[in-house]
Design a protein around this ligand. Structure first.
Ligand code: SAH
Length: 248
């Protein structure tokens, strides 16, 4: 059970594998008013930056679950680097099937709602892990501008227009599912660039160092095509945010 190697190459030394930057992640931790000892379950925790920095800054404790061997190892290294390895742990496994021993104060899935087949199913997974009154965190894309044609939908790496809501649609969906939206931090085009554009230098450096690798052809094509795809479609049309929710 692991992610394809191309993900590890593309993400390179990025710590946040989503279009929010370190400042926005810190803002989110601050506005949630986390108290020391707050327990957090982070499903699809990537390289663990949320748990590790919030453990350092707010004294939270918790567990991250991720299917990538390399990202889980990076998360453990980061916890040691920040001196929080006693507070946070990282488990390699399928987040959809993970059930914590005890209900947690905060349960998140930031940028991986496919584990529940979408937002509604992911909220059910998070609700199973939460104590009554606990906070669910969902990171999810939305249409910033309605896609005018199928090329834009494809260019935003969406399977269909219906795969995502616009922002009012997404906020409406949270309410329909029985949750209060109590905070949110949204990506902007600059923080998208820190994610999307960072991939290009990661890819270029890797290609220069590994010209004969079996993945070189595929990743060469990606580096040639991705900047234009991104600026033409995704940067304009896709928004992204992390939404904090408490069950009504
Ligand atoms: N939440 C992190 C990572 C987001 S990227 C951050 O914001 O930085 C999406 C992550 O989902 C990747 O780390 C990938 O390895 C993980 N993932 C994908 N499918 C998964 C699954 N079924 N179970 C656990 N992790 C999964």
């Amino acid at each position: 059970m692991d992610l394809p190697r191309s993900f590890v190459i593309r993400e390179g030394d990025l710590r946040i594998l989503n279009p929010i930057d370190a400042g926005k992640l810190a803002t989110l931790g601050r506005v949630l008013k986390l108290r020391p000892g707050t327990s957090i379950l982070d499903l699809c925790s990537g390289k663990g930056e949320l748990l590790c920095t919030w453990a350092r800054d707010h004294g939270v404790v918790g567990t991250g679950v991720d299917i990538s061997v390399a990202f889980t190892a990076a998360a453990r290294d980061r916890a040691a680097e920040l001196g929080v390895a006693g507070q946070v742990g990282f488990v390699h496994g399928d987040a959809a099937a993970y059930v914590p021993d005890e209900p947690v104060d905060v349960a998140g899935c930031v940028g991986a709602t496919w584990i529940g087949g979408g937002v509604a199913g992911t909220l059910e997974i998070l609700a199973r892990a939460l104590r009554p009154g606990g906070i669910a965190l969902v990171g999810e894309p939305y249409w910033r501008i309605d896609p005018p044609d199928p090329a834009t939908v494809a260019g935003c790496q969406a399977g269909s227009r219906e795969e995502y809501q616009d922002l009012p649609g997404l906020v409406g969906l949270f309410g329909e599912q029985g949750w209060d939206l109590v905070e949110m931090v949204l990506a902007d085009q600059d923080s998208w660039d820190r994610y999307a554009a960072a991939h290009w230098l990661n890819l270029r450096r890797w290609l220069d160092a590994n010209p004969d690798d079996p993945l070189a052809g595929e990743l060469r094509r990606e580096l040639t095509e991705d900047p234009l795809r991104y600026v033409r479609y995704q940067r304009e049309h896709m928004g992204w945010g992390v939404f904090a929710l408490i069950r009504r």
